[in-house]
Design a protein around this ligand. Structure first.
Ligand code: 0A1
Ligand code: ZN
Length: 856
């Protein structure tokens, strides 16, 4: 989308649309370059907006063929058409209800931005969130305008799908009816040569629902896990939230070209094929877990997003935060709760904290935006979910359940706001949440510092909170912070079980009296609030918590903090790796009472980006080379000192029976490959080679390949892997990514250049572009190499991608969001690349907004 002067849109300017829509009828005559869309839309005045109004309908890249009101052509003088839409002057409109009819022509094949109606591998599909429907026909493309849709599709494709229930079909046509009023962003259409995996589900009130997963012929043998995940999601949502499905069919379609992960269109979810297709040979355990989680996420949107949608896009976290929270609960229920919590916190810190500390920081509910597609962020999604977790901690499980019941009762069929959401909690629990609301309106991650005072059998914990300034928000008021605390006596017995302290002031003390001896405090258990805990803790206390904490999250956290302390000292003071840390790790590794997945997480050293962030938080400029060297040295030292237990673990965790994707088997594999990653530093890739040659599943195969690259002996493995998997796009994506992620820092840009010239580098495919570019950005020392070669390579590709798919270019540009952390030379190189991008003629609104904000 080219736009000379992109406009900022403000939450405070919200006004309801002057018209309501009673029903929508759409006919599609599909043709790759010339699809006709005929719309009939029954409008009526909206009583919330008195007076007469022009009718403005969004529309972009449409060729208008005819426009009629109540059967008569709209006079040319009363119809204004621009790049953004069509306006019918008020005097052309009757006082009461009227019928708008339009015929437009669109070009799905030429739609490389993958927004609106486009083609992927010969099939037609749509993506309408957030503002794609306006590229299909003229419409008030905003989430607060909801209507029932009827759709007729005419094409020579064997399968034609849309939202709702199928009503009739014949040779070359099919009709669909969606009785549930929905906003246009939930519209979907698919037509193609597809095959389906069918199943069914009977809801607890007895409605039989036909389930289908539609894929390209040849992919059918990789859908079973997704179907199983769907059925488990439907069951769980009934049990945990009392939510039933509400149509006769639920269709999922997998497409290869998709900008995001998946989309919750009513009754017709469209998925990136990487989040549907899985077999043991082609998908890693992480892929399986993501598929399960995203299938659940999209299904859960049926209530939190579709039945109750958002009034405007500023409220995006209303549906996304809640739905992420629900999918996290689901995964915890299906797998291990502590392991899931640790994984979520790792991802929160890596993505959301990083965002919150840089130039792109914004509140979960922003108050302005230029391009809404740039706000599908970790803050809206993951922090949005954390805020709900805190609400639940504050009001308790019963309060949460009452509030949610009230939310569904009160707002079913509504386009709601964050105010509506908080009000149901206030009404259901009697709490005043006005201070809590700051979590939605303020950006930035609070820093929470703690001091301890011990005297006369009383422990006093004094907390101070401070949130650094973020763009446009210089001063911050104190927030409500639920701090989960437990106390352990020196033997490791719990003397105070987890208790929630409710902090509301800038500084606040909490007392624990009548204690026989000085306890050890376990603070922020379960990561009860998304804050940075700043606390000087002696290594001995961390080691004690790592050995004894009864809260598994904090047990892991203690080990992680120890590892970080060690690594930071190695980077800043050239310290030797700490023997205490390594022996603590050794004890954990061999503790068979602990879940292997948990042990695997403990073995994983903090990432280089995480260390850079930690150093930056402490006001130091991180040196990527030193960080890389320190981490490598620690990994090698751990491997040398723990070679025996690591080798035993590696052997013991081998799969015993047939492959299972379940959490237990996946946890064993993750411990096995974590041990392999360390041993690989000292066995010259010997184990990796054996595993690569024998691996029967992708988790081990991909891990072995990565190890071989790191050991510098992948010359045979890389072509062998390519040869074996050249027919499978998803596996070839991995082949691209692994090579750049694991390349030595000084070679990373060169490897990326070489791969970009590979005939399989189909960069118009978002997954493929993300594999290579996301891969190099994830190679911290490679991306930030002092030569600046990776910065240049990356910027070149953003410029190339932007005219083709601005959304993808803009998302990838976040690799530069941390630039201000680094030294002056690196900062100058990144700034020059960002300026080069900004000066490109015809830059998209998406990338222009992002580069502008990143530069600050
Ligand atoms: N609502 C979807 C994510 C999504 C958002 C935007 C898209 O295109 C710009 C596509 C999908 C979800 O949360 O799963
Ligand atoms: Zn979502």
């Amino acid at each position: 989308m080219k736009d000379a002067s992109p406009q900022t849109i403000y939450l405070k300017d919200y006004q309801p649309f002057p018209f309501r829509i009673e029903r929508v009828d759409l006919t599609f005559r599909l043709a790759p370059k010339t699809t006709r869309v005929i719309s009939r839309i029954a409008f009526a005045p909206n009583p919330e907006r008195a007076g007469r109004h022009d009718l403005f309908l969004h529309g972009e890249k449409l060729r208008l063929i005819a426009a009629r009101i109540d059967g008569a052509d709209v006079p040319a003088a009363l119809l204004t058409v621009t790049d953004e839409g069509a306006t019918v002057a008020a005097q052309a409109l009757p006082d009461g209800p009227f019928l708008w009819e339009a015929e437009v022509e669109i070009d799905p094949e030429g739609n490389t931005a993958l927004e609106g109606l486009y083609m992927s591998g010969g099939m037609y599909c749509t993506q309408c969130e957030a503002e794609g429907f306006r590229k299909i026909t003229y419409y008030p493309d905003r989430p607060d305008v909801m209507a029932p849709f009827k759709v007729r599709i005419e094409s020579d494709m064997p399968v034609m799908l849309s939202n709702g229930n199928p009503t009739a079909s014949g040779p070359g046509w099919a009709e669909w009816d969606d009785p549930w009023p929905k906003p246009s962003y939930l519209f979907a259409l698919v037509a193609g040569n597809l095959v389906n995996l069918p199943d069914s589900f009977t809801t607890r009130s007895g409605r039989k629902v036909d389930l289908n997963i539609w894929v390209r012929p040849g992919d059918l043998d990789r859908c079973a896990f997704a179907m199983d995940s769907l059925i488990r999601s439907m069951t769980w949502d009934e049990e945990a939230y009392g939510r039933e499905y509400d149509l006769d069919v639920f269709n999922i379609v997998a497409v290869d070209d998709f900008n995001m992960g998946a989309m919750e269109n009513k009754g017709l979810n469209i998925f990136n094929s990487k989040l549907v297709l899985a077999s043991p040979e082609t998908a890693t355990d992480l892929d399986f877990e993501r598929i399960e989680g995203v299938i659940a996420h999209e299904y859960f949107h049926n209530w939190t997003g579709n039945r109750i949608t958002c009034r405007d896009w500023f409220q995006l976290c209303l549906k996304e935060g809640l739905t992420v929270f629900r999918d996290q609960q689901f995964t915890s229920a299906m797998r291990s709760e502590p392991v899931k919590r640790i994984e979520d916190v790792l991802s929160l810190r890596a993505r959301q904290f990083r965002e919150d500390m840089g130039p792109l920081a914004h509140p979960p509910r922003p108050s302005s935006f230029v391009e809404i597609n740039n706000f599908y962020t970790a803050t809206v999604y993951e922090k949005g979910a954390e805020v709900i977790g805190m609400l639940k901690r504050l009001v308790g499980d019963d309060g949460y359940a009452r509030a949610l019941d009230l939310y569904f009762d009160r707002h079913d069929g509504d386009a709601a706001t964050i105010e509506d959401w908080l009000k149901v909690f206030e009404d259901a629990t009697g709490r005043d949440l006005s201070q809590f609301k700051r979590w939605y309106t303020d950006a930035g991650t609070p820093r929470l510092s703690v001091s301890e005072d011990w005297r006369d059998g009383t422990l006093t914990l004094t907390f101070t909170q401070m949130t650094p300034p973020t763009p446009g928000q210089d001063t911050k008021l104190p927030r409500v912070i639920p701090i989960a605390v437990g106390l352990l006596n020196p033997n490791g017995d719990e003397i105070l079980p987890t208790t929630i302290l409710e902090m509301t002031e800038a500084t606040q003390s909490f007392r624990f009296a009548d204690l026989a001896s000085r306890p050890v405090a376990s603070i922020l258990r379960g990561f009860s609030a998304p804050v940075v805990l700043e606390r000087e803790v002696p290594a001995s206390e961390r080691a004690f918590l790592l050995a004894h904490d009864t809260d598994p999250f904090n047990r892991w956290e203690a080990g992680r903090a120890l590892a970080k302390d060690v690594l930071v000292r190695m980077v800043t003071d050239d310290d030797a790796p700490s023997a205490d840390y390594i022996s603590a790790l050794g004890r954990l590794l061999t503790d068979d009472s602990l879940d292997p997945a948990f042990r695997a997480l403990c073995l994983r050293l903090p990432s280089e980006d995480d260390l850079a962030q930690t150093l930056a938080e402490a006001g130091r400029s991180p040196d990527p080379d030193r960080i890389h060297t320190a981490r490598e040295t620690l990994a090698r030292t751990v491997a040398e000192r723990l070679v025996r237990p690591l080798a035993l673990t590696y052997d013991a965790m081998a799969d015993r029976g047939p492959f299972s994707p379940d959490a237990t088997a996946a946890g064993r594999r993750s411990l096995r490959v974590a041990a392999l990653g360390l041993l690989n530093r000292i066995d010259g890739g010997a184990r990796a080679q054996t595993l690569f040659d024998a691996a029967g599943n992708m988790t081990e195969s991909a891990a072995a390949l990565a190890c071989l690259i790191e050991a510098g002996r992948a010359e045979a493995a890389l072509p062998a892997f390519h040869e074996r998997w050249k027919g499978n796009r998803l596996v070839i994506d991995k082949w691209f990514m692994i090579q750049v992620v694991h390349a030595a820092p000084h070679q990373a840009a060169e490897v990326a250049e070489r791969l970009a010239a590979h005939p399989d580098f189909d960069w118009r495919n978002p997954n493929r572009a993300r594999s290579l570019l996301g891969g190099i950005a994830a190679n911290h020392a490679g991306f930030h190499h002092a030569s600046g070669a990776a910065y240049r390579f990356y910027a070149d590709w953003l410029l190339r991608l932007d005219p083709v798919n601005p959304q993808i270019a803009a998302r990838l540009s976040t690799a530069f969001e941390t630039w201000a952390r680094y030294d002056a030379d690196r900062r100058a190189m990144v700034a020059a690349e960002l300026q080069r991008i900004r000066s490109a003629p015809g830059l998209s609104r998406d990338l222009s907004e992002m580069t502008g904000r990143i530069l600050g």
